[in-house]
Design a protein around this ligand. Structure first.
Ligand SMILES: CC(C)(COP(=O)(O)OP(=O)(O)OC[C@H]1O[C@@H](n2cnc3c(N)ncnc32)[C@H](O)[C@@H]1OP(=O)(O)O)[C@@H](O)C(=O)NCCC(=O)NCCS
Length: 209
């Protein structure tokens, strides 16, 4: 699992390294108001903002086969993080993707490209079968990411993840390998993304009220 990196155009993903700590810590601290509404929090109390120990923990999870912690780069500069977490093997063979970019990198298509690259690596190199992305209904920018890539809407999860200090409702979107036989990036860049796959069904929208 040591060649987990990939790129397309100016966007690349690679495993996070200990020496990224200073850059990532700076980005997290200078993007607080941008990130806080969407950031996972600890229901037991405050989370440490020490990036060095955070990276150590992520790399340990990687060695344990539980996750893959990528950084996203744009023209060689760190733009944010993309974390594959909750890897389940065997008859489930699935994982979940989370991500953020610094505000100054937003709107350049970095995240959808990185999600496509990561999904293809997970399917091809890690032999996972299903990738999931869970998003708060309020997070229009993130929902655009799954719409662009045609992740399928799979349902509403009430008070699912602890975000910004409370349990928040999420929409779940997913893809399986069969959806993208030639890869997710290929499907996207060749204009074959299904247009309505990510549409939230009415019943689920009204249940949020
Ligand atoms: C969600 C997020 C990762 C999207 O990343 P990105 O690399 O900007 O993705 P895209 O370039 O494809 O932009 C997606 C949408 O963001 C919105 N957007 C673009 N520029 C923006 C800006 N400067 N500020 C706010 N939103 C912007 C647009 O609606 C865009 O869709 P469009 O291309 O159809 O106009 C990014 O907005 C982010 O990091 N947000 C804060 C953390 C977060 O929400 N993480 C996800 C939790 S599920």
């Amino acid at each position: 699992m040591d060649t987990l990196e990939s790129s397309y155009g100016a966007v690349s993903i690679r495993l996070v390294r200990s020496r990224d700590a200073r850059t990532l810590q700076h980005e997290l601290l200078t993007n607080r108001s941008w990130l806080v509404p969407w950031e996972a929090t600890n229901p037991e109390g405050a989370v440490s903002m020490d990036m060095r120990s955070g990276i150590r923990r992520l790399l340990q999870q990687y060695r344990d086969g539980m996750g893959v912690p990528f950084v996203m780069e744009y023209d060689g500069e760190i733009a944010g993080q993309l974390n594959v977490w909750g890897i389940a093997r065997g008859s489930l063979s699935s994982a979940t993707i989370g991500y953020w970019v610094s505000e100054r990198f937003a709107g350049r298509g970095i995240t959808p490209t990185a999600v496509a690259l990561a999904t293809d690596l997970c399917f091809e190199k890690l032999h996972l079968h299903r990738m999931e992305i869970c998003i708060r209904p309020e997070n229009a920018a993130s929902i655009r990411v799954v719409e662009k890539l045609g992740f399928r809407y799979e349902g509403f999860r009430r008070r699912y993840i602890h975000i910004n200090g409370d349990w928040r409702d999420h929409h779940a979107f997913a893809l399986t390998r069969e959806d993208v036989p030639r890869g997710l990036l290929h499907r996207w860049v060749t204009g074959q993304t299904p247009q309505d796959a990510s549409r939230v069904t009415n019943g689920d929208q009204s249940s949020m009220a």
